[in-house]
Write a protein of this length. Sequence first.
Length: 521
Amino acid sequence: MSVDSYLELFTTLFGWTFYGILWDVLVSTGIVYLPFLGILIDNWREPAQGGEVGHASGLSLRRMEIDMFMALLVVVLAGQPAALTPLNAGTLSYVPPPTLLDATPPTATVASPQSTYGSTGFIGTPATVNVPAWWYAVMAMSSGFGHAVVEGLPTTSDMRSFEQQARLATIADPRLRQEVSDFFSQCYIPARSKYQSERPATAAITALLTTYGADDPDWMGSHVYRDTPGYYDSLRPSGQISGWAYNAARDTEYDPTTPPAWGKPYCKQWWEDAAIGLREKLVIEADSTSAGFSGLVVAVAPALASEQQNDAVVKTVLSNAPPSWSNNDLTAHNASSSGVVNAAGNILKGGLATAGVVTASALFSVTMTAVLQALPMVQAVMLLGIYALLPMVVVLSRYSIAMMVVGAMAIFTVKFWSVLWYLAMWVDQNLILSMYPDVNVFLQMFANPGEHDAKRMLLNMITTSLYLGLPLLWSGMMAWAGMKVGRSIDSATNPVRAPAQDAGNQGGSIGKAVVTKGAKR
């Protein structure tokens, strides 16, 4: 039998374990017999009130037989745990949906849960639990129906996994963070200043802007600065860069007889070198802080050139850990460490300041991610509660057949939430693809969140409303249908009792007529 989450593997077994414990308590205290006593009393009292003496006993016996038979049927099917329908831990499994991170996730079982459930929590899961035949059939049908529907729905691209991993990609190494800040101050700022002052409009630059976007000059790894003479190919840092060997032909400001420990590479070398270049370090750092993030970019945008894919990775890292101004010219020129000048310096250090809307969008996205991860856990815990409390419902309903159907609808309703969440995910992924048909723009959504904050907030709001609203709507509809079904079943059982009741009423009428005639004579 398949379940819908890692946690449900264990809550299902524990829920039915609690069911058995509660049922045993009800049996040992004699509470399970009280509904039978109520049936006896009601079927004695009601005919006696409505029929004549002598005929009421026949009506009472007939109704009692019918109600007792139905109650015993409910006890056998939906009350007493049956050894014929055991729930075995070895038969439970959960198949996680494929993601960009793992296209073929392993199947989780109680023996191999693929999670901390069962190893550090929910320990002591029973190997086998006896379940009433009716509820076992309901669970099997609900699981099979839900998984069949999901298999029939179209597959999704799982863009949300990319979004989650994109938020994790950052610069954890403080030395690399300092190197990024040095490059920002000593290569990017001079190159951008020159570009802004000269505003070149050559054919080569126009071609670069066409290929890499009009906003290419607005970030450190700009191809305009890397591929245009007079920018990164001629700019060098003011101090030595750790890791770069001294080159006498390049580092002419030093005496060859007493060479320095390190050299001063050109900015183009500093950024592009395949071994120790800054871009390569940032790509490696992205994969270390967000496992396999560069591979996710390739999976999301396979049509892009490798150069653009690497740029997307680096842009995302830099957006999560923006470079700061590392030059000390402000302090050297008598800039105060406090006051208005320092405030201006802090703005400069932060690079592009994030607006309030961007912050709100990011917080909303994080909240939504937490909600989506919590929903399957809520479903599993609610099912545990339903399974554990069913004995009380069975007894308090006086072994009603309507209760069996309504209880089955409740279990089916909660388990069907998984289908609704898959449907919401499918709608969400298609909305993302519709709003970002250009995959390059989709990647920029994380590298430059300020330009796409409205779309991100809109997507997150729609997704949250779908994930929460669809189950609420479905549960409300099923609650209304359950009430209707319960009333219909009660009405359907009335004709079974009607002949006996009619016979008693008619017998009473005949008795009255006989007594009346005898009195007149």
